[in-house]
Write a protein that binds this ligand. Structure first.
Ligand code: FPP
Length: 227
């Protein structure tokens, strides 16, 4: 969800207002995805590296999440959205940790759409914590394979993403879903996250529909396999 700061700057507003508009965009996109039958939506809300931002921006983001949780939890419950938080919860405040636990608990029986909020998350962190937990569980080296490790990942509850969208014009994945995005279709758009709405989502889905996915194999069409 990149581009909140620039969205605010363009309007001569403090960056915080960009993040606030970012939450509104997120709520719209959750609804739009659910309406389109998308079963899993994963968003990068706060990276392991975002702690390097000024303290007031970091605390502003934490506060915004608490406000959003209070404001939208019942909406998620009613709309069949299951919320899962992926990330290192050790470093966040007790209040935020409790809010995460509450929203996960309140929505755990929902199945229409699983929204994963990656918060204090990094793809490398996830691989390391998965290995550590597997070792702590007593897994032997020969028991560790891709499937076993996937189960220990913070994203173990969700299938690998089909489509990976980065808004805001940067063309890099910035430590997001490093393991899970191995065969995802990548889509980079200049659209700033607060401006990303239904039209942009539909354009991204249309672009995805036009991609050919081979997962490392050859084209499986009739011409490639005449027999
Ligand atoms: C990146 O834009 C955005 C973030 C670091 C924060 C995204 C967080 C939210 C939208 C709020 C999440 C809320 C909930 C409820 C999960 P940027 O600040 O890097 O923008 P810039 O590149 O234009 O400066």
């Amino acid at each position: 969800m990149d581009g909140n700061g620039r969205w605010a700057k363009k309007r001569f507003l403090p960056r915080f207002f960009g993040h606030k508009a970012g939450v509104d965009a997120l709520i719209r996109i959750i609804d739009a995805c659910a309406d389109r039958g998308i079963r899993y939506l994963t968003v990068f809300a706060f990276s392991s590296e975002n702690w390097k931002r000024p303290a007031d921006e970091v605390s502003g983001l934490m506060g915004l999440v608490l406000v959003a949780q209070a404001k939208y939890m019942q909406k998620m419950v009613g709309n069949g959205v299951r919320v899962v938080i992926a990330g290192d919860r050790e470093a966040v405040s007790d209040r935020l940790r409790k809010a995460w636990n509450d929203v996960e608990e309140a929505t755990k029986s929902n199945h229409r759409l699983t929204l994963t909020v990656a918060f204090n998350y990094g793809g490398r962190w996830d691989m390391v914590q998965a290995c550590r937990r597997a070792v702590a569980d007593g897994l032997k080296p020969e028991q560790i394979d891709e499937e076993a490790l996937s189960r220990y990942m913070a994203m173990g509850h969700a299938p690998d993403p089909d489509l990976f969208i980065r808004t805001g014009g940067e063309v890099r994945i910035s430590n997001f879903l490093l393991w899970q995005a191995a065969y995802s279709e990548l889509l980079f758009t200049d659209c700033l996250w607060p401006d990303f709405g239904e039209a942009e989502l539909d354009a991204a889905l249309a672009a995805y529909a036009g991609r050919e996915r081979r997962f490392g194999a050859l084209n499986m069409g009739a011409a490639a396999h005449p027999a």
